[in-house]
Design a protein around this ligand. Structure first.
Ligand SMILES: CC(C)(COP(=O)(O)OP(=O)(O)OC[C@H]1O[C@@H](n2cnc3c(N)ncnc32)[C@H](O)[C@@H]1OP(=O)(O)O)[C@@H](O)C(=O)NCCC(=O)NCCS
Length: 166
């Protein structure tokens, strides 16, 4: 599948929110208000994956239907934070999530971040496997992290390690 990674445009917002609703259960999915706050933070950036490639044929006349994934991340002085990464169910397993994460890591690394942190639910086995594949390891458990009572795990990746960009 051909796809490109680009920066967020305001017209993407509703599609991204709907995608987030479809990716996470109630209590973990963001409200429109929460997602707006994360996307608009001065220190954050949002990447969007579109199918079709830059010169490819559109699958549909609806521009929003080309959006198959997105990622929101923020940077502090030396550490980056992945706020969310969402891939549409019918586009999973085709490296869309990897392309988003690699692009975010590259951007965070070039802005001086030495490590990346993120939280994920203990029962999100697909995400745990995905992050493990990308070199993240569990730093600690966060009991009751999610508002539906599910525990979280704080995962970290050292961007300075020689294997970090593999
Ligand atoms: C987690 C998620 C982002 C992965 O996106 P993706 O585009 O399907 O991932 P990729 O195709 O890039 O997968 C890369 C690797 O991750 C691992 N992986 C991804 N999905 C997996 C799954 N369902 N089960 C086991 N391993 C998986 C595999 O090792 C895979 O490598 P492989 O294809 O060589 O086997 C996607 O499943 C998703 O959006 N889930 C819902 C939202 C979510 O849970 N986000 C993360 C928590 S914040």
């Amino acid at each position: 599948m051909k796809f490109t990674v680009r920066d967020f445009r305001p017209a993407d917002f509703l599609t991204l929110w709907q995608l987030d609703q479809s990716c996470f259960p109630p209590g973990i999915a963001y409200s429109q208000h929460e997602l707006t706050i994360y996307i608009r933070r001065k220190t954050s950036f949002t990447l969007v994956t579109e199918s079709g490639g830059p010169n490819g044929q559109l699958a549909s006349s609806e521009p929003d239907s080309r959006i198959i994934g997105f990622l929101v991340a923020e940077r502090a002085k030396t550490a980056g934070h992945i706020i969310t990464i969402d891939v549409r169910a019918d586009a999973r397993g085709r490296s869309v999530g990897s392309a988003l994460l690699n692009a975010a890591e590259q951007r965070l690394r070039s802005s001086g971040c030495e490590k990346i942190r993120l939280e994920t639910a203990v029962d999100n086995l697909a995400a745990l496997s995905f992050y493990k594949k990308h070199g993240y390891s569990v730093a600690r458990a966060i009991p009751g992290y999610y508002s539906n009572g599910v525990d979280g795990l704080l995962l970290e990746k050292d961007l300075l390690s020689p294997t970090a960009s593999e």
